[in-house]
Design a protein around this ligand. Structure first.
Ligand code: NAD
Length: 507
C-alpha cells in the first residue's frame, strides 16, 4: 500500500473546504469511520424522534409554499445545485472514497451521476406532462395531471452514499416536494457535505429572488430508529428506501399500515450468461468490473455467472488469472482496483458464504483476508457444481459463483431462480439468443443487458428491480411519476349533464 495522508485528516480538510461546520464532529455520538484504515474521523449527534418530528413539520410547511413555485423555477434551484456539484466534484468524490472505500474514479463517478441527474431534472421541470384523454361524452374534456405529493422521505444505503439521494431529491424537488433525508449511519459525512452544497445553491437561488422556503430539504443523522420515525410519520407522503431486502421487509408493512406510498430499491443477486459466440475479451473485462468493482458492494454487482460448456474452460481460467492479479489496497492509489470492505461484519458474511460454498463442493480461488488496518479481502471466484446454498443469497462482498451450463433456456431459468430481480446480462453475438434473453420468456429483472455487465447504469433509464428488489424505479424515464400524485380531471363545458355509461338519473 502506498503512503498517503491519514484518511481522517484528509476527510476533515475536505469537509471544512466544502463548508461543513467541523464543530459538529465531537467526541461522542455516532462514529463516522473511514474503511481505508478503520479509524474514526469524528462522532456526530444522532437525530432523535423529536428532531425527526421537527424536520418533517418544517418540510410539510415548506412543501405547501414550494408547490406554488412554477416547476421551471423549481428546476432553477436544481440547476444551481448541479453547478455546486460540478465545482466540488473532486473534493466530494474524494470524500466518497474516504468514507465508503470505493476507488477514486468511482467516487468521482458517483458525483458525476449526481450532476447528470440534476441536468435531467432541470429538463424535466418543463416536461411534467399530463395527457388529454378521449371522452365518451359530448362537449366534455378529460385529462390527466400531475401534482406534488408534499413531503418525500429518502432513506439511503452506505454504498452509494450521495448519488441515491440525488436521484430522489433532484426529481422530488422539481416535482414540487420537500425532501427529508436519512442517510446511512455508515456514511454521515458525505451527507453533511452534500447538505452544505445544497445550502449554497439555496442561498444563491434566494439571492436571485427565488422563493425557496426554509426546511425544504433536511438531513437527519442516525440509524434505524431515525429511519423508523420518518417511516411512521403520517405527514410523509412517500418513502423512497434503498437498502437490504431485510430493511424493505421491515419498512413496507409500516408504510402499508398508513397507506403511504413506497418506493423500494432493495437487494440484488445479479447474474450473467456467457454464450458460445461471446466476445471473450470484452466479456472478461465486463465480468471483472461487474464482479470485483466497488469490492462487490454494489446492488448491481455480478454475483452469479453461467458459462456455456463450449467456452467454460477457456473463459474461467482467464477469469481466475484476473482474480489472482487484481490490485487491492488504498482506494486513493490510482493503481488500486479493489478497495476495502465497509466493515468487519462484511468480511464475516463473506467468510461464512465461502465456507458454505466449500461445503457444497465449491472450488474457491481467492477470498483470503489481507493485512490491514482496514478490512481488505481478495475477491473470490467460486466454481460450483450447481446453483444452490449461498449462491441464492446476496452476500454484500466480492464473491462470484460460476456454474457450467449446456443450454440457454436452462441458463435463463437459473437467472430467474433468484429471489431478487435487479440486474442481468447476456454475452452473445447471436441475435436470437440476445432477443430471447430480452423477451417475455427472458430475464425477469428490472435491468437486462446485452454485451455489457449488470452494474453501472446510466441515469437516463429507470433504475430498479422486481421481486425482492422491491419493484421501485428511480432516476430516468418516467420515474418522476412516483414523486407526484395523478389526478384525472373531467370538465363539462356543455349545458347538459350526460352521465357516463348512459346511466339515467332524472330528478
Ligand atoms: P441496510 O438495509 O443495512 O441500510 C439501508 C438504510 O436503511 C440505512 O439508512 C439504515 O439506517 C436504514 N434502515 C435499516 N433498517 C431500517 C428500518 N427498519 N426502518 C427504517 N430504516 C432502516 O443496507 P446497507 O448495508 O446500507 O446497504 C446494502 C444493501 O443495500 C444491499 O442489500 C444492496 O443491494 C442494497 N442497495 C440497493 C440498491 C438498489 O437501488 N436496489 C442500491 C444500493 C444498495
Amino acid at each position: 500500500m502506498t503512503t498517503l495522508q491519514s484518511p481522517a485528516e484528509e476527510a476533515r480538510q475536505i469537509l471544512g473546504a466544502l463548508g461543513v461546520d467541523l464543530g459538529r464532529l465531537g467526541a461522542t455520538g455516532l462514529p463516522a469511520r473511514s474503511p481505508i484504515d478503520g479509524a474514526v474521523i469524528g462522532h456526530l449527534a444522532d437525530s432523535d424522534a423529536r428532531a425527526v418530528d421537527r424536520a418533517v413539520g418544517r418540510a410539510a410547511e415548506a412543501a405547501r409554499a414550494w408547490r406554488d413555485v412554477p416547476a421551471p423555477k423549481r428546476g432553477e434551484l436544481v440547476r444551481l445545485f448541479g453547478e455546486e456539484l460540478r465545482a466540488a466534484k473532486e473534493p466530494l468524490g474524494r470524500l466518497v472514497t474516504l468514507e465508503v472505500g470505493k476507488i477514486l474514479s468511482e467516487g468521482l463517478g458517483e458525483v458525476q451521476e449526481m450532476i447528470d441527474v440534476c441536468d435531467f431534472a432541470v429538463g424535466l421541470s418543463r416536461q411534467l406532462y399530463g395527457l388529454t384523454i378521449a371522452t365518451e361524452r359530448p362537449d366534455h374534456r378529460m385529462s390527466e395531471s400531475w401534482r406534488p405529493l408534499g413531503v418525500v422521505g429518502v432513506i439511503s444505503a452506505f454504498n452509494f452514499p450521495v448519488a441515491v439521494w440525488a436521484w430522489n431529491a433532484a426529481l422530488a424537488l422539481v416535482c414540487g416536494n420537500a425532501v427529508v433525508w436519512k442517510p446511512s449511519e455508515k456514511t454521515p459525512l458525505t451527507a453533511l457535505a452534500v447538505d452544505a452544497l445544497l445550502a449554497r445553491a439555496l442561498a444563491r437561488f434566494r439571492a436571485a429572488g427565488g422563493d425557496a422556503p426554509e426546511g425544504l430539504a433536511a438531513t437527519l443523522i442516525g440509524g434505524r430508529a431515525a429511519g423508523e420515525a420518518l417511516v411512521d410519520d403520517a405527514r410523509v407522503a412517500l418513502i423512497s428506501a434503498t437498502g437490504s431486502t431485510a430493511m424493505g421487509r421491515a419498512v413496507a408493512p409500516r408504510l402499508a399500515a398508513r397507506f403511504a406510498k413506497a418506493l423500494l430499491e432493495l437487494g440484488g443477486n445479479n447474474a450473467a450468461i456467457v454464450c458460445p459466440s461471446a466476445d471473450l475479451d470484452l466479456t472478461l473485462r465486463a465480468v471483472a468490473f461487474a464482479a470485483m468493482g466497488t469490492a462487490g458492494q454494489r446492488c448491481t454487482t455480478l454475483r452469479r455467472l453461467f458459462v456455456h460448456d463450449a467456452v467454460y474452460d477457456a473463459f474461467v481460467s482467464r477469469l481466475a488469472k484476473a482474480y489472482g492479479s487484481v490490485a487491492i489496497g488504498d482506494p486513493r492509489d490510482p493503481k488500486t482496483l479493489v478497495g476495502p470492505l465497509i466493515d468487519e461484519a462484511a468480511a464475516g458474511g463473506m467468510a461464512r458464504a465461502l465456507d458454505a460454498a466449500s461445503g457444497l463442493g465449491g472450488r474457491v480461488t481467492g477470498g483470503e483476508r489481507l493485512p490491514g488496518p482496514g478490512v481488505y479481502v481478495r475477491p473470490a471466484l467460486v466454481e460450483l457444481p450447481r446453483q444452490e446454498g449461498p449462491m441464492l443469497e446476496e452476500t454484500f462482498a466480492p464473491i462470484l459463483y460460476v456454474v457450467r451450463i449446456a443450454d440457454l433456456d436452462a441458463a435463463i431459468a437459473l437467472n430467474n431462480a433468484a429471489a431478487q430481480g435487479l440486474s442481468s446480462s447476456i454475452f452473445t453475438n447471436d441475435l436470437r439468443e440476445a432477443e430471447l434473453f430480452l423477451s417475455d420468456r427472458g430475464s425477469d429483472c428490472g435491468i437486462a443487458n446485452v454485451n455489457i455487465g449488470p452494474s453501472g447504469a446510466e441515469i437516463g433509464g429507470a433504475f430498479g428491480g422486481e421481486k425482492e428488489t422491491g419493484g421501485g424505479r428511480e432516476s430516468g424515464s418516467d420515474a418522476w411519476k412516483a414523486y407526484m400524485r395523478r389526478a384525472t380531471n373531467t370538465v363539462n363545458w356543455s349545458r347538459s349533464l350526460p352521465l357516463a355509461q348512459g346511466v339515467r338519473f332524472d330528478v
